[in-house]
Design a protein around this ligand. Structure first.
Ligand code: KG4
Ligand code: ZN
Length: 378
């Protein structure tokens, strides 16, 4: 791939996070200059899920202040931005419309190229970010998070990427940059969706993933057991597809046996632990089977559920046990959820790959980039 230095201003608004980031690529490493996020989690938590109208209102309110903050913290002026990137889809259409509309306006006013990025491509490319600017590092140090920022990926193709988010569960094979072959995916619920629905059944809060993992951790301290066992759906089926809807229903039936149990924190901890382990077992088993068939040089995790500590740990252990020469790559925790740095990372590499003529054409791209709730990755 032909590489050159570029600075991208990236915008993400596909769900309930408004985010703007400045990312620099110098032909060798991808560096975050700023990464600003305004999360709406607390607002949506009271409704138990994302309310599209409220999300849209918050995106409109937050996007301009975030732009100012992002440029200021990156310490750059508009003239230094080479191109603008925006999440084009998939996601909530009213939410995507705010981000793409804003990005198109900036591209038109500032006379910059516009690059539309697939949200999941962004999650995957969070793994390619290698550096944080001094400012970002200082902020991380203040927050005692610097250890999480030491990402030095040694990524080689082919890559097998396990994508686990609120809307997607996929095994993606990449023989090169931006070449995606989906070799397996969920037939019903995404794994993040299952975490969220199970948390709702247990009434332990939204988003469900973090809440379930906290309870699951508590199970390790328990001495008594309810001997709860959940199925590992499709674990022995050939192929690399997943199914999580039956697992969620199994949790529902278990909790209906005796509703009084739901008042007991130890019971909830055990349900969470067993549910989480069932999901992890299936994800790991299918990933290892796919790796046996496709022999990737790198196995990667991506998406919001990749914040799950047990999944990160257990997948790492399974890879070390089964494949001596395979690199295991996980995004820094800060970049597992929705953010704009990942969109900027993908856009930097896409932009660097373009020839002069193709770059010239992206200057009028703002006219053609439309939000697409069901955008396919290609
Ligand atoms: O990637 P993401 O931020 O948004 C989508 O693109 O969908 O993923 C959000 C999902 C939610 O379902 C949330 O419950 C899940 O990621 N999640 C987790 C954890 N943190 C977030 N799931 C399991 N364990 C976690 N620690
Ligand atoms: Zn996401």
């Amino acid at each position: 791939m032909r590489m050159s230095t570029n600075i991208i201003l990236a915008i993400e608004s596909s769900c309930d996070e408004t985010a703007i980031s400045v990312v620099r690529f110098n032909g060798d490493s991808l560096e975050i200059l700023s990464n600003e996020i305004s999360s709406q989690v607390n607002l949506h938590a009271q409704w138990g899920g994302v309310v599209p109208n409220l999300a849209t209102r918050e995106h409109v309110k937050n996007i301009t202040p975030l732009l100012n903050l992002s440029l200021r913290n990156a310490g750059i002026g508009i003239s230094e931005v080479d191109a603008i990137a925006v999440t084009q889809g998939p996601g909530l259409i009213p939410a995507l419309m705010i981000g793409t509309g804003f990005a198109k306006t900036l591209a038109y006013l500032w006379k910059k190229p516009l690059i539309g990025i697939h949200h999941i491509e962004g999650h995957i490319y969070a793994n390619f970010i290698s550096k944080y600017s001094n400012l970002e590092l200082q902020v991380a140090k203040l927050k005692n998070k610097e250890s999480l920022l030491q990402n030095s990926p040694n990524i080689k193709f082919p890559i097998l990427c396990l994508v686990v988010s609120g809307g997607h569960t996929q095994l993606v094979l990449m023989k090169n940059h931006f070449k995606y072959q989906i070799i397996g995916q969920t037939l019903d619920d995404a794994v993040g969706e299952a975490f969220d629905k199970v948390a709702r059944i247990l009434n332990i809060g939204y988003p469900g993933g973090p809440a379930i993992s906290v309870y699951a951790e508590k199970q390790k301290e328990l001495t008594d057991s309810y001997k709860i066992k959940f199925p590992r759906p499709m674990i022995n089926k050939p192929g690399y597809n997943f199914s999580f809807s039956g697992l969620k229903t199994a949790v529902l039936y278990e909790t209906k046996k005796n509703p009084e149990n739901l008042k007991n924190k130890n019971y909830i901890a055990e349900v969470c632990h067993e549910f989480q382990q069932a999901a992890i077992d299936v994800l790991i088993s299918k990933t290892i089977k796919a790796a046996e068939k496709y022999s990737p040089k790198t196995i990667m995790l991506a998406g919001g559920v990749s914040a799950n500590k047990e999944l990160r740990k257990q997948l790492g252990e399974a890879i070390t046990k089964n494949f001596k020469d395979t690199t295991y790559c996980i995004p820094p925790i800060e970049l597992t959820g929705d953010n704009a740095a990942m969109i900027g990372a993908a856009a930097c590499l896409r932009y660097a790959k373009l020839g002069t003529e193709q770059k010239r054409r992206t200057f009028t791209n703002w006219k053609s980039i439309q939000p697409d709730a069901n955008l396919k990755m290609k």
